[in-house]
Design a protein around this ligand. Structure first.
Ligand code: ZN
Length: 199
């Protein structure tokens, strides 16, 4: 099932995720729905906050971006990206490494906005799989960037927080508009049922 993607201005995007304990049927279904939602929106990653859940769960799939290569090792073994994607990660913790590199990023919660963001070129991530295995992930390229972007989301951090101040200033008008639209959308969709009941 496709889920509604929450946009900038929705307070859940600023919520820190709670760790996932036992993997329930609800978590499995949520992960599947998040993959479907990410693919439908042509995204390379989606964090639980972006579908309204403040928990440490993210999904990633960088296969589409063939022009922006990635490498991946899991538990020390080089992995074929085709076989490893989509990834579902629970409770991921990132240790960034290597040089700081600039790269273009967008975000499904910020439609039509993209910017150059500085991030580490590689990352090591410890996470749990849906099956309960511990994963030691080493990634470079777009996958490293996607992991860092999504793990930021899980901690309530957005890519605008990492934009340099002149870029952020140039986007200020659009960000304010988006925030207002989101607030209006909330007012309409979340207040309407109560108003109807009042009738
Ligand atoms: Zn994002």
């Amino acid at each position: 099932m496709r889920l509604e993607i929450r946009q900038y201005g929705d307070p859940v995007l600023r919520a820190k995720g709670k760790p996932v304990g036992e993997v329930s049927e609800r978590i499995r279904t949520l992960a599947e729905d998040m993959i479907e939602t990410m693919h439908a929106a042509n995204g390379v990653g989606l964090a639980a906050q972006q579908v309204g859940q403040a928990i440490l769960l993210t999904v990633i799939d960088v296969r589409q971006a063939e022009d922006r290569p990635s490498t991946l090792k899991i538990n020390g073994r080089a992995m074929d990206l085709e076989a490893a994607m989509p990834m579902i990660l629970l409770n991921p913790e990132a240790t960034p490494g290597g040089e700081i590199v600039s790269g273009t990023e967008g975000c499904l919660s910020f439609p039509e906005i993209s910017a150059e963001i500085d991030r580490s070129e590689s990352v090591r991530v410890r996470a749990r799989s849906l099956e309960g295995e511990t994963l030691d992930i080493e990634a470079t390229g777009l996958l490293a960037r996607a992991l860092l972007h999504e793990i930021d989301h899980l901690n309530g951090i957005l890519f605008i927080d990492r934009m340099n101040s002149s870029v952020k200033a140039s986007l200020a008008g659009r960000l304010k508009r988006l925030q207002k639209e989101t607030e209006a959308h909330h007012y309409n969709t979340r207040r309407a049922p109560a108003d109807q009941r009042a009738l």
